[in-house]
Design a protein around this ligand. Structure first.
Ligand SMILES: [Zn+2]
Length: 305
């Protein structure tokens, strides 16, 4: 689904300027202050969990830990729910661990900062459908795409309870943009023929099963969004398509999509010690999040979900 290309970032509204500073502060806290956070840096992993829990509570939401044990250590997914009239659920998620050796500003401080900012904006509002905001632990290797991944444990429990998750939206590495020629690459030969070679857009990706949700979200984003977007429903075996928490939901029978700047296919600091807060493009990152706020609001009120 290639989209129209615009080269420069649109100006921010007053609300968006406030949002940008919130996002910047969230990334700074996670990647600047706490830094690398994973099972090898367990106190830092827990410091991130505490920060997320406190942030959700400050927003007036009831944060709940969904915990499991790994190598004898407690690990926590953290969720907050805003009940709707219906029991159908729109779930927004982001992983809060960072890969070994990286402070994880873009991957995935950006996703978590966005998750918290979005949760703040929906707190205290009521909608037709239930909204759930979840921060996942242990997305990165060696748990990546395994049953030990935080989101896999979480999604299996949802399935076991019969939770009616109609849309899972994974916020994964969403803060880096470039206007340089050939700044965008692709996992499969040929995709570059159909999609832009300049990394100035936000990407929406799903497996083939979730393509209806993908089309719908892109359609809504393009109605409201002030930043170019591209989308593709692709077979899950294409590198990158399943590389985040949406995979866990697919495996448990749910529809899910990933929103991403495409990470390794654009970001020079992917999974490295240089993935620091100063590398992000906060203006365009903000436009992604403000666009997603409207998408989520529309999904939450949709007559057919
Ligand atoms: Zn990630």
């Amino acid at each position: 689904m290639p989209g129209k290309n615009v080269s420069k970032a649109a100006p921010l509204s007053r609300d968006e300027v406030a949002l940008r500073e919130e996002l910047r502060a969230g990334v700074q806290k996670l990647a600047g202050e706490i830094g690398e956070r994973n099972m090898w840096r367990y106190p830092q992993l827990n410091a991130a969990a505490d920060f997320i829990e406190i942030s959700l509570s400050h927003a007036g939401l009831q944060a709940r830990r969904d915990s499991y044990e790994l190598h004898g250590q407690a690990c926590h997914n953290i969720e907050a729910e805003i009940p709707g009239v219906s029991q159908k659920i729109v779930l927004v998620g982001a992983h809060y661990d960072s890969v070994f050796g990286s402070p994880g500003a873009n991957d995935n401080g950006s996703g978590v900062a966005a998750l918290l900012a979005l949760a703040r904006r929906f707190a205290g509002k009521s909608s037709q459908h239930t909204l759930r905001f979840v921060a996942f632990v242990n997305e990165e290797p060696p748990y990546f795409l395994s049953g030990q991944m935080g989101s896999f444990v979480y999604a299996s429990r949802c399935k076991g309870r019969g939770d009616r998750i109609e849309a899972m939206i994974s916020l994964e590495t969403i803060g880096y943009f470039s206007d340089a020629p050939h700044s965008q690459t692709y996992p499969a030969p040929g995709l570059g023929i159909f999609y832009p070679t300049v990394g100035n857009f936000i990407g929406f990706v799903s497996n083939v099963h979730s393509r209806a949700l993908l089309r719908r979200v892109i359609g809504l984003f393009r109605e409201h969004g002030k930043i170019p977007s591209e989308g593709a429903a692709l077979p899950a075996f294409i590198p990158g398509v399943s590389w985040s928490d949406q995979w866990s939901f697919w495996r448990n029978g749910y529809s899910g999509i990933m929103i991403t700047d495409t990470a390794p296919f654009r970001y020079p600091h992917y999974h490295s010690s240089t993935d620091t807060p100063d590398k992000l493009d906060y203006d365009r990152f903000t436009l992604v999040v403000s666009g997603m706020e409207k998408v989520i609001a529309d999904l939450a009120e949709a007559s057919k979900l």
